[in-house]
Design a protein around this ligand. Structure first.
Ligand code: CTP
Length: 411
């Protein structure tokens, strides 16, 4: 289950392009993510793939123009349009783009699109020349002005055998855009949440440096969960190999000082700061501008202490009131709760997530975590071993509570 898709009703329109094979995967993934997917195929789409294919992955009837004249006849499209919380047409051909731009309603899909009032996302797929044609471009412009979200087309191998722009974007990417679009009415809508993730890197010389084992997975999961709940997320990350969550405003930094500057820049008017990053506590006192040679006899590294970002934030908050909520992490290999409580107080946090990094199934690099949540009011909650994305959900639920927002709010 993925929060923005949970119990949502989505109309997935499919038009005549070889890219229909990708929409079968999209329909399947949307269903697995918790949505009820009503598929409508145009006549040309059903030349490529049958309704049965979609029915098999959605567990729902898939409709064609035959249903427009069938038993439900004149009301089917109204029912589909009224119940839809999101409409997606993927792939959408140049022909259907032109129909939507001009308000034509000559088949079940276009008549439903005209009746629908929910947000619409379209993923064009066509030959490069058709896409570049001024008529298609003008039609897309018209749809954009009407607030349609247009994703793609991507560049690559086309059905014509040529290379160019015109491919429908991959289902995973489309799912990411939909996830973002459908999250916008969540309980954290219009709230700015700043999240830090990953480890910092402190240079020793031009090629070497000090870093740590943080993978960024927990911080990225928190950023994604905040987006899923509707927040405007600023994600500030150290070294990173993870995909950036769609919708995040992303800043890549190296050192603790750079992270400090980015955080201080981001927090005015922020509802919350979640510091999941593993920030270096020490850095080389001098970073050599050139590569230090082996023969130089360099064997001792002199270190100095970095600024504690959360303490700097606490100081700023006492003057500006932002961020409203501050959440920290405590990575401990001994005396977990004692040390976490001490950090909660010293850094003036509202909530701290304590994890025992000596366990092999929690903490660095792995996908799971086992944490305690301690809050400033003395509350303590122990969570069992779970995925980092689930931990992220718990953290977000607590942030929503601390901000005094109701979880069930609209959505
Ligand atoms: N943190 C920070 N600035 C630093 C170091 C850490 O803001 N220079 C934040 C981390 O992002 C985390 C919290 O402080 O949210 C606790 O980090 P942790 O490494 O567990 O503790 P430290 O304060 O660094 O103390 P120690 O390493 O001695 O346990």
């Amino acid at each position: 289950m993925i929060i923005p898709f949970q119990n949502k009703r989505i109309v997935l329109g499919v038009t005549g392009s070889i890219a229909v094979y990708k929409s079968v995967e999209l329909a399947s993934r949307l269903t697995q993510a918790g949505s009820l997917v009503d598929v409508i195929l145009t006549h040309s789409a059903s030349e490529f793939v049958t309704p049965l294919t979609f029915q098999s992955v959605t567990g729902q009837p898939a409709y064609t123009d035959n249903d427009l004249w069938g038993s439900q006849g004149h009301i089917l499209h109204i029912g589909l349009a009224k119940d839809a919380q999101q409409m997606v047409i993927a792939p959408i051909t140049a022909n259907t783009i032109a129909k939507l731009a001009h308000g034509l309603a000559d088949n079940l899909l276009t008549v439903t699109a005209l009746a629908a009032r929910c947000p619409i996302l379209i993923a064009p797929a066509m030959d490069g020349g058709m896409y570049a044609h001024p008529a298609t471009q003008a039609n897309l412009e018209t749809l954009k002005k009407r607030d349609a979200t247009i994703i793609g087309p991507a560049e690559g191998h086309l059905a014509s055998g040529m290379m160019g722009i015109g491919r429908m974007v991959e289902p995973g990417e489309l799912l990411g855009h939909l996830r973002y679009q459908m999250s916008r009415r969540g309980p954290l809508r219009k709230k700015k949440i700043v999240v830090t993730a990953g480890g910092t890197f402190e240079p020793i010389d031009l090629v070497r440096g000090m870093t740590n084992r943080s993978s960024g997975k927990q911080g990225f999961a928190i950023a994604q969960a905040a987006i899923d709940h509707g927040a405007d997320v600023i994600l500030i990350a150290g070294k990173n190999h993870l995909p950036i969550p769609i919708g995040a405003e992303y800043y890549q930094v190296n050192t603790a000082e750079e992270m400090l500057a980015a955080v201080l820049d981001a927090i005015p008017h922020a509802s919350a700061l979640v510091m999941a990053a593993a920030v270096a506590d020490f850095r080389p006192a001098i970073a050599a501008k050139e590569k230090i040679k082996k023969a130089s006899g360099f064997t001792t590294l002199s270190l100095e202490v970095t600024t504690d970002i959360l303490s700097a934030v606490a100081e700023l908050k006492s003057k500006s009131g932002f961020p409203e909520i501050t959440v920290g992490f405590a990575a401990e290999s001994q005396n977990l709760l004692e040390n976490a409580k001490q950090k909660l107080e010293a850094k003036k946090l509202d909530l701290i997530i304590a994890n025992d990094i000596s366990a092999s199934d929690a903490g660095f690099e792995v996908d799971t975590n086992r944490v305690f949540l301690l809050d400033a009011g003395g509350g303590k909650e122990e969570l069992p071993l779970m995925g980092k994305d689930e931990v992220a959900r718990f953290v977000l639920e607590r942030v929503i509570g601390l901000l005094g927002l109701a979880r069930s709010d609209v959505f």
